[in-house]
Design a protein around this ligand. Structure first.
Ligand code: ADP
Ligand code: MG
Length: 700
């Protein structure tokens, strides 16, 4: 462990503002700052000087390589290391890093998913420096955050559309701020604090479970006698081995400038959470990717494995990620924070309405932005928000909106008819806004918390959709208000109309209840897209494409390619799971049960030969049932194998994904049921893989 203090250690591996200010000339620093803050173009001379300073700094930290670090559509980050060495005339080497090295890279992109954007024979893509996210050193390599595009300019990554969506929102939000007389703000950015859940198991247990190794989750396993029913793990005392891991993890994250803040045990045994302090969405996204990577690396140092899968274990909670989201100006004003003056409050209500409208109109985009094969196991499974998107506002804020909508008095501390721009909002307490854990999209006092994300999701996807949809609301609002003869009146009408048009999305009740599903779908007409196969094709709905293209977040071909890639990913994931099951059954489970049956049969016959009086009831009934089960397992495996074999090509990805949902997943579930029952009847000595009990309670 380092002997440095936390402030000394914080950001020591980051080429952050402190370093830039120290090592760059004033002229170069100011020019770079303008690029970072305002997106000004960077001239080549400045780029050369920044590159030289970056190289010297990296070398002083012991780095030997550099890489453009990017986020292709695989969901994980990519890097290709080049050393700094260049041959020198004397036969030695110098350590070189040019402005061009910094600004642009050309990884061989042929093996990244492109969804048909670019035929592999012209597999050229390029990476372009994103100066708004600081470069950092990881494993002796200077990592430069970059966007990744095809030579025809199409985005092949998650960062590019995220940056575009932030720009779209910035543009429209500034228009609104101007209407409220705010001329100071130069830009509006969105901020995110992602809370990350994960499981820890020992490396020893991990090595014994091929399903976890190949798919990240257990595909078999009878329930342990104890799960999460005692509620004794949530916020419980952290076990020493876990605490050592967390301490080490915090240090690694702090060195990378990641504001790791809160850590605690989660609901399920072996489940934990880490939350950083929020930052600008682009940085939060990069840092969340980095955090997931570092979690796994640090776990390995402690003889542990960190599972980021959304549903590693059946029967206990899976892992999610909470995307705390807000909008703020460069001058530090949070646009989702209720203000102190009537005017600030009117602006707050308008921003709130923009989000309400966006979430209602683009429910499907938000839903599909978190859709993966893994996350499908959580949403709607009474442990995570339902697949139906709705907004929780809390009783007080809902009552305020109601009183505005109906021109009826709001019964706060005093009875007043709320007139925007005249009355201040009554103070509502933060407490009452944060207590509904069943809502997918909750207002928590000065931000919204989108809770449907899976633990392994990149947060880029949902923030792209959220930013774009809110930009669309704000654009419509600005168009109307800019032309208004009487601003106050128009604003009041606009807010009233928006509440009326979109109040169906507001729901403060229990999102886990059956009644809610009925009401949401039948009465309110909200969409309930249960699986990835149901949700993803809506990316190509006309209203969604029109909006995303109008705000320049995606091009038409990018949208087609993304839909294709996401569905392909879903199919491939389930395909691998199916094959893993077949493999485990054929090679291990059946043989193990046979072994136990043999032992039972031998025992029975020996005992009967010793005494005619023994009945061997236990042995015989167990053998009978196990024998039936081996037949059922064998049959169910054959069915699964045949179904998998019939789906080898992905020519029609929509049809294939529907077959995965309707044929393969049920066949997998059916097979698991028999194996799990057999596990309960078979001696543990014969069972080939560690039980749930061992997996969930292995770390001390
Ligand atoms: P809660 O108790 O409601 O979950 P916390 O204060 O613990 O709220 O914050 C949860 C996460 O939300 C943290 O990552 C925090 O940094 C983040 N957060 C707080 N304010 C904002 C904001 N304005 N924008 C985005 N994220 C925020
Ligand atoms: Mg929270």
């Amino acid at each position: 462990m380092s002997t440095k203090t936390v402030p000394e250690m914080f950001g020591e591996n980051v080429f952050d503002d402190r370093v830039m200010r120290a090592v760059l000339s004033d002229k170069v620093y100011n020019s770079l700052r303008k690029t970072i803050d305002e997106g000004a173009k960077l001239n080549t001379e400045v780029a050369e000087q920044v590159a030289a300073a970056m190289r010297d700094w990296a070398l002083s930290k012991g780095a030997t390589h550099f890489t453009h670090w990017f986020q292709p559509l695989t969901g994980v980050t990519a890097e290709k290391h080049d050393s700094f060495i260049e041959p020198s005339p004397d036969g030695g080497v110098i350590m070189a890093f040019s402005g061009k090295n910094l600004i642009q890279g050309e990884p061989d992109a042929s093996s990244f998913p492109t969804g048909g954007i670019r035929a592999t024979f012209e597999a050229r893509g390029y990476t372009a420096w994103d100066p708004t996210s600081y470069a950092f050193i990881k494993d002796k390599t200077l990592c430069i955050p970059t966007a990744f595009c095809s030579y025809t300019g199409e985005a092949l990554d998650k960062k590019t559309p995220l940056l575009r969506s932030m720009e779209a929102l910035n543009k429209q939000a500034l228009r609104i701020l101007k209407l409220f007389g705010n001329e100071d703000a130069k830009y509006v950015h969105t901020s995110v604090g992602p809370e990350q859940e994960y499981f820890l198991i020992t490396k020893e247990m991990y090595d014994k479970r091929p399903d976890i190794k190949y798919t990240g989750r257990t595909l078999f396993g009878a329930k342990a006698p104890k799960g999460q029913e005692m509620d004794d793990h949530y916020f419980g005392v952290i076990k020493p081995k876990v605490q050592e891991f967390m301490n080490d993890l915090n240090q690694e994250l702090w060195k990378l400038g990641i504001l790791a803040k809160t850590e605690h045990n989660e609901v399920a045994p072996a489940q934990h959470e880490l939350a950083p302090i929020y930052s600008s969405t682009n940085i939060a996204t990069d840092q969340n990717q980095l955090m997931m990577e570092i979690m796994q690396k640090v776990a390995a140092r402690h003889g542990l494995v960190c599972l980021l899968h959304e549903k590693p274990f059946a029967g206990v909670n899976g892992s999610g990620k909470h995307n705390n989201w807000s909008m703020a100006t460069d001058t530090g004003a949070n646009l989702l924070s209720p203000g102190d003056t009537p005017s600030e409050n009117a602006q707050f209500l308008l921003m709130l309405c923009a989000v309400i409208k966006a979430v209602d109109e683009y429910q499907d985009l938000l839903r599909l932005s978190v859709a993966t094969a893994g996350n499908d196991h959580r949403l709607g499974a009474n442990e995570a928000p339902p697949a139906i998107i709705s907004i929780f506002l809390g009783d007080e804020l809902t009552a305020i909106l109601d009183s505005i909508k109906n021109d009826t008095p709001y019964e706060g501390t005093e009875k007043v008819i709320m007139k925007l721009g005249v009355h201040s909002l009554p103070r509502f307490s933060r407490d009452t806004t944060d207590r509904n854990r069943t809502s997918p999209f909750a207002f928590t006092g000065n931000k919204f918390e989108f809770r449907s994300l899976g633990s392994a999701n990149s947060i880029a996807c949902c923030n792209i959709m959220l930013n774009a949809a809110v930009a669309e609301s704000l654009q419509q609002f600005a168009d109307r208000l800019e032309g208004a003869a009487d601003f106050e009146n128009e604003l009041h009408e606009l807010i009233k109309e928006t509440i009326k048009a979109h109040e169906r999305i507001i729901f403060n009740g229990n999102g886990y209840g059956e009644e809610w599903i009925e009401e949401a779908t039948k009465v309110r007409g909200l969409s309930n897209l249960k699986t990835t196969a149901d949700a993803m094709p809506h990316l190509l709905d006309k209203k969604n494409m029109d909006m995303l293209i109008a705000h320049k977040v995606f091009t038409e071909s990018e949208l087609h390619s993304r839909c294709e890639i996401m569905l392909e990913n879903y199919c491939k994931t389930i395909n691998i799971e199916g094959h893993t099951m077949v493999d485990m059954v054929r090679k291990n489970y059946l043989a193990a049960i046979e072994g136990y049956l043999y032992s039972l049969a031998k025992t029975t016959s020996l005992m009967k030969s010793v005494s005619a009086n023994v009945k061997c009831n236990y042995e015989i009934t167990t053998m009978e049932r196990l024998s039936e089960l081996t037949d059922s397992i064998n049959e169910a495996t054959t069915v699964l194998e045949e179904k998998l074999a019939s789906l080898v090509n992905y020519d029609n990805i929509i049809k294939t994904s529907e077959a995965m949902r309707d044929e393969i997943l049920p066949a997998m579930e059916n097979l698991r049921k028999y194996v799990d029952e057999a596990e309960m009847l078979t001696s543990e000595r014969y069972w080939p893989f560690p039980s749930y009990g061992k997996l969930l309670f292995s770390v001390y």
